[in-house]
Design a protein around this ligand. Structure first.
Ligand code: SF4
Ligand code: SF4
Length: 464
C-alpha cells in the first residue's frame, strides 16, 4: 500500500542541502500516489525521499496550500475577498499581451518573453520549461521538459503541451550543476507544490516560479491522439488547442496542404504565427465516446487551478475574448503574488500592453448543470452518448450562451467553480470523507459552501 511505501521513505523534513537519499521510481513501477500521480517528475529523482510531504496527492495533499501560501508569499489568501478566493494571494491582477507577438507561441508569447528576459538579464542562470517531443507530427504537442540555458532553447519551448509533464525530473540536473545559482521554474500547480516542498534542499540562491493556470490535463500521448482525432477534422496538422470563453475548443493548425481540411479562416500571412489556421469546435459538438479516459485522474482530484504557490501566474480564462479573435491575438491575464513575481513581470513591462480586466454576467445559474453533467461521465453509469450535436447547431447554441453567460473574470470564476466542485465531489465519493476532510483546501470548501447543498446532494447520489 502507499502507507507501507511511505514508511520506507521515512518521515520529517531534513534541513540539509542534499536530497534525502532515496531511489527514484524504476521504469514500469508504480508511483507513490499510484493512479492519482500527475507524473510531476519528483519521484524520478532522489528527491522522492520527500514525497510524503511534497506530493499533492498523498496525505494532506493540496490542503497544504493553505499554510504554504503564507510561506511563499508572506501572507495567507484572503478568503473573504472574492478575487483572492478565486485567483489566490496577489498584489496585481490585470490583462496583458505582448505588443509584438512571439512567433510560435500559443498566445502572444507572454510566458516565453518573461522567461527569456529573466535569463538574458541575469536574473536567473537557467529555466526549466516544457519543450516538445518533436518538431513535427503529432508529437509536437507532447511534452519534453527542458533545462534551458539560452534564449533559443526557451523560444523552442513556446506553445502549450496539454499532457502531464515530469518537469521536476530536471531538479537533479540543477542540483548537480554548480553554475546554476538561480533558477526559473515554469510549470503547473501540482508541480509547484512539490517544488516548494523541496526548495530548501536545492542549494540555490534564488528560485523564481512562473506558473500557468491548469485544469483537466491529458493523461498520456495516446490519450491526446484519441482526443485530437475525436475533436478535429485534421488532427495531424494540429499544433495547439484551448477551451475558450465562446464555448468552443479552438484548435490551431500549421499552415500547409492540409489547411483545406480545417474549418478555419485563412489569415494574412504576416508571420508564421498569424498564418496558422484555426478550427473552432463548439463544446456541444464534442463526441463523448472519443473523450473517455482522456483527462488524468490527478486532474479530477486537483484543487489548484490558479497555481497558488507560484510567484507569478499567466492564464487566459479571466481575459476578455472578442468575437472571432484568435489565440495569437488575445489578451491573457497575470496574477502577481509577491516581489519575485513583480520582478519577473517588470522585465517585459516596456514590451507588453496592460489592460484592466472586465467582468460580466452571473455564473451561478450555469455552474450546477455543468458539474452534474461532468460527474455523470466520471461517476455515473449512464452509457456514453454516441452521437454529437452537428457543428452548425452546436455553434448556434455556443453563440447564444456567449451572449447570455458569464464573460471575463466572471467566466474564469465559473470555470474555477465547476472544476473545484466536480473534483471535490469526486474526492469525497471515491476517496471518502476522512481523506477529503484532510486534503481539500480552504478555498475549495468556501466555493462548496457558496453553492449550498449542491455538493452534498451529488455526493449522496453517487455514493449510493
Ligand atoms: Fe511522485 Fe509527483 Fe507522482 Fe506525487 S505526483 S507520486 S510527487 S511523481
Ligand atoms: Fe496538475 Fe492539477 Fe494541472 Fe492536473 S490539473 S496537471 S493535477 S495542476
Amino acid at each position: 500500500s502507499n502507507v507501507a511505501f511511505l514508511c520506507l521513505l521515512g518521515g520529517g523534513a531534513a534541513a540539509s542541502v542534499a536530497p534525502r537519499a532515496a531511489r527514484p521510481v524504476a521504469v514500469g513501477s508504480a508511483y507513490p500516489a499510484r493512479e492519482l500521480c500527475s507524473r510531476c517528475g519528483l519521484c524520478d529523482t532522489p528527491f522522492i525521499g520527500h514525497v510524503a510531504q511534497a506530493c499533492a496527492f498523498l496525505g494532506d495533499g493540496m490542503a497544504r496550500i493553505d499554510a504554504a501560501e503564507a510561506l511563499a508569499h508572506g501572507r495567507a489568501r484572503r478568503l473573504d475577498e472574492e478575487d483572492e478566493l478565486y485567483f489566490g494571494v496577489h498584489t496585481e491582477l490585470s490583462g496583458v499581451r505582448m505588443r509584438e507577438p512571439l512567433a510560435g507561441a500559443a498566445w502572444t508569447g507572454v510566458v516565453s518573453a518573461i522567461a527569456i528576459e529573466a535569463l538574458e538579464s541575469g536574473l536567473v542562470d537557467a529555466v526549466i520549461a516544457v519543450g516538445a517531443r518533436a518538431e513535427d507530427g503529432p508529437a509536437r504537442m507532447e511534452p519534453r521538459p527542458q533545462l534551458c540555458r539560452t534564449a533559443a532553447q526557451i523560444r523552442a519551448c513556446a506553445g502549450v503541451k496539454p499532457v502531464l509533464a515530469n518537469s521536476l525530473e530536471l531538479l537533479d540536473a540543477v542540483r548537480a550543476d554548480a553554475s546554476i545559482r538561480s533558477l526559473l521554474f515554469v510549470g503547473v500547480g501540482c508541480q509547484v507544490q512539490a517544488l516548494r516542498a523541496v526548495e530548501a534542499h536545492l542549494g540555490l540562491d534564488a528560485l523564481y516560479v512562473l506558473g500557468t493556470n491548469c485544469a483537466d490535463n491529458v493523461r498520456s500521448s495516446g490519450a491526446l491522439r484519441r482526443f485530437m482525432s475525436a475533436v478535429s477534422t485534421s488532427p495531424d496538422t494540429a499544433i495547439g488547442f484551448e477551451f475558450m470563453q465562446d464555448y468552443a475548443v479552438h484548435v490551431k493548425h500549421v499552415p500547409g496542404p492540409a489547411d483545406t481540411a480545417a474549418q478555419g479562416v485563412p489569415h494574412a500571412p504576416a508571420d508564421s504565427a498569424r498564418a496558422a489556421l484555426y478550427e473552432r469546435v463548439p463544446v456541444f459538438s464534442l463526441p463523448q465516446s472519443g473523450l473517455k479516459d482522456v483527462i488524468a485522474d490527478s486532474c479530477t482530484s486537483c484543487f489548484d487551478y490558479s497555481n497558488a504557490l507560484a510567484d507569478l501566474v499567466v492564464g487566459y480564462m479571466a481575459a476578455p475574448l472578442r468575437h472571432g479573435e484568435r489565440m495569437t491575438e488575445s489578451t491573457q491575464y497575470v496574477v502577481v503574488r509577491n516581489a519575485r513575481g513583480a520582478a519577473l513581470l517588470d522585465g517585459i513591462r516596456p514590451r507588453a500592453r496592460f489592460t484592466a480586466l472586465s467582468s460580466n454576467g452571473d455564473r451561478r445559474p450555469f455552474v450546477p448543470g455543468i458539474v452534474e453533467q461532468d460527474l455523470e461521465g466520471l461517476l455515473g453509469d449512464s452509457p456514453p452518448q454516441l452521437w454529437a450535436m452537428p457543428r452548425w447547431l452546436g455553434t448556434l447554441l455556443a453563440r447564444l450562451l456567449s451572449r447570455l453567460g458569464p464573460s471575463g473574470v466572471e467566466f474564469a470564476k465559473s470555470s474555477i467553480d465547476y472544476h473545484l466542485l466536480r473534483n471535490l465531489v469526486r474526492v469525497r465519493v471515491t476517496e471518502g470523507e476522512v481523506r477529503a476532510a484532510a486534503a481539500i483546501p480552504a478555498h475549495a470548501r468556501a466555493v462548496e459552501a457558496a453553492y449550498g447543498t449542491l455538493a452534498d446532494e451529488l455526493v449522496a447520489r453517487y455514493r449510493a
